[in-house]
Design a protein around this ligand. Structure first.
Ligand code: SAM
Length: 286
């Protein structure tokens, strides 16, 4: 039985026993591996970095969808950048109020292989009639589209390889342009204990662009190094002041059953540790 050693960090990382190798391919953009692990279920990695596991994907996908959509309250058009495994799409599609979902994923092989080997992630969401699936670079899409969205979710790989451009100033500016009034952008922004510089850089880029910006957190076990941060950029500071009652009403009204998200978690997630607060309010030299 061989092991899969994550190589995201030099000299530190997680190891999975490969109980069954399901698929391995070098796509046009990245090295894709999907394998079975007794404890974490089916696991997908890209370029040596764990992307998602069946065991803990619900935490990440629920927090990057229900927090912005329920905070917005009237989201009809949602854009997902990346998200090739389909987990983000599955959670967005649970919102009956959402009328249109565009998903822009650079690597069509990731979509095809995850449909086949990670069916529990998308749960058929790729067949949702509201979906417009675009296989393209998310940067190119937001830089050129004339479409506008109420919520934009950047579910990208880390800022290495094809994902790097999705952490650029140009990307955030283009996303800001693609938001309707009252729109919200949320992004995967790494684990601050290990990637504090990424959080600081994003903060400095969001600062001049959004009426309100901040971060929120959740611990996703296979994104190692402690809790993960999600960047939040919105055109309306009121969203982060919503009462617990409002969130409870909206969550109940959505009829969505979750395993991690609830209104109390939603509110609490925006409370950040002191070292993260200090980092995001320190001018970065970027
Ligand atoms: N949950 C994971 C994380 O937090 O690292 C991300 C999972 S999802 C599989 C990441 C997706 O981003 C991949 O399918 C990858 O192909 C896609 N991606 C990377 N760079 C991209 C780009 N420039 N445009 C669109 N999709 C991109």
């Amino acid at each position: 039985m061989s092991d899969y050693q994550e190589t995201l960090y030099d000299g530190y990382g997680q190891r999975f026993r490969i109980d069954q190798m399901l698929h391995e391919v070098r796509t046009e953009h990245q090295h894709l591996v999907i394998f079975q692990n007794a404890r974490m279920g089916r696991v997908m990695a890209l370029d040596g970095v764990i992307q998602t596991t069946e065991a803990d994907e619900f935490i990440y996908h629920e927090m990057l969808t229900h927090v912005p959509i329920l905070a917005h309250g009237r989201a009809k058009r949602v854009l997902i950048i990346g998200g090739g495994d389909g987990g983000m799409l599955r959670e967005v599609a649970k919102h009956r109020s959402v009328e249109h979902i565009t998903m822009v994923e650079i690597d069509g092989t990731v979509v095809d292989m995850c449909k086949q080997f990670l069916p529990n992630h998308s749960c058929g969401a790729f067949d949702d009639p509201r979906l417009n699936l675009v296989i393209d670079d998310g940067m190119r899409f937001v830089a050129t589209t004339a479409e506008k969205f109420d919520v934009i979710i950047s579910d990208s790989t880390d800022p290495i390889g094809p994902g790097e451009v999705l952490f650029s100033e140009n990307f955030y500016e283009a996303c800001r342009r693609c938001l309707n009034d009252g729109g919200i952008l949320v992004t995967q922004n790494g684990t601050p204990f290990m990637q504090l510089g990424e959080v600081q850089t994003t903060a400095s880029r969001m600062h001049g662009l959004f009426a309100d910006w901040h971060f929120y957190m959740a611990a996703v076990p296979t994104y190692i190094g402690g809790s993960m941060t999600f960047a939040w950029g919105s055109t309306d500071a009121e969203y982060r002041k919503l009462s617990l009652d409002t969130l409870r009403q909206r969550f109940a009204g959505s009829g969505i059953v979750t395993r991690y998200y609830n209104p109390e978690i939603h509110q609490g997630a925006f409370a950040l540790p002191q070292y993260v607060l200090q980092a995001i309010h320190k001018p970065s030299n970027d």
